[in-house]
Design a protein around this ligand. Sequence first.
Ligand SMILES: Nc1nc2c(ncn2[C@@H]2O[C@H](COP(=O)(O)OP(=O)(O)OP(=O)(O)O)[C@@H](O)[C@H]2O)c(=O)[nH]1
Ligand SMILES: [Mg+2]
Length: 315
Amino acid sequence: MTNSDPGSAAVDAAALRAFTQEYGDRAAALPPVAIVIAAFNEEGAIGPVIADLPRTVAGLETATIVVSDGSADGTVAEAAGAGALVCQVPVNRGQGAALRLGYQIARDGGARYIVTTDADGQYNPAEIESLLQPILDGRADFVTGSRRLGSEETRDPVRRLGVRVFALAISMLTRQRISDTTFGLRAMRAEVTGAVLLEQPQYQAAELLIGVITHGYRVMELPATIHKRKVGHSKKGNNVLYGLRFAGVIGGTWWRERQRSGAQRAGRAGRTGSPAAAVAEPGATATRASGAGQSGPETLAAADGEPGARSANRT
Ligand SMILES: Nc1nc2c(ncn2[C@@H]2O[C@H](COP(=O)(O)OP(=O)(O)OP(=O)(O)O)[C@@H](O)[C@H]2O)c(=O)[nH]1
Ligand SMILES: [Mg+2]
């Protein structure tokens, strides 16, 4: 349940075919951890980023999947030269569409865990293991880094305010305390990405996070670091437009997910004839959506004892 736009689905299908043809068995037998990077015109940045990624995380082998859509520079060659599996999409659609495709490649290849990071060197690869560990321990399904629990280099007041405002908005809408909604370094169980509806071509961070929470997955935040970009420039446009579009994604996704869980509740009540069988409000006792996981209803667990952890707490 990851893409409802037929045009975009056709682009995905063609890119997947080309990827499978190029990588054959390597694409079909990925190691347990897939590190997925969306990259657009990141020549000079992406090579060193890939070179610094860990070959194993917590003893599990990794593979790096880069999805470039329409890069006009040496991004593809540089990523491939650094050892990544590169999926090339001929048209530029945006970071969200690229990540969605990367998730699909990871799942199709049998990866059990997905880590995302950016091509611009803003994240610290040494922090990947701490983000993945709670998932390996069975304490979370989705772990995002948080600059507000960790550290950030930028002093840009607009960006800093934006991070706080969006965190407050998502926390209020989902009733789960979140301090950073746009951190690009995350770890998740691979199947999470197949259960949540991902339609946003560019600003996927909020859609993924809201979807994960409303599906009842256990979400955890951990302190992490974000550096300033050293090479190239931001693809997100100016702060005001970025902010407005991101706010639109938050509102739109929240509304969509509300409708979805309402329809699901009605469906269940209709089938059983008893409103008591309704799905609990997201988060209380959360029920996984169909295909969302292997087990049934699961109570969100607080990750006690995790240093600096902020887990599944209701506000
Ligand atoms: N494939 C693909 N990747 C993209 C696109 N836009 C951005 N990206 C990648 O997404 C990642 C994040 O993009 P940035 O432009 O750094 O945006 P950001 O980190 O959210 O915001 P900044 O704080 O401004 O850097 C980078 O790896 C980009 O190359 C796109 O249209 N297609
Ligand atoms: Mg960036």
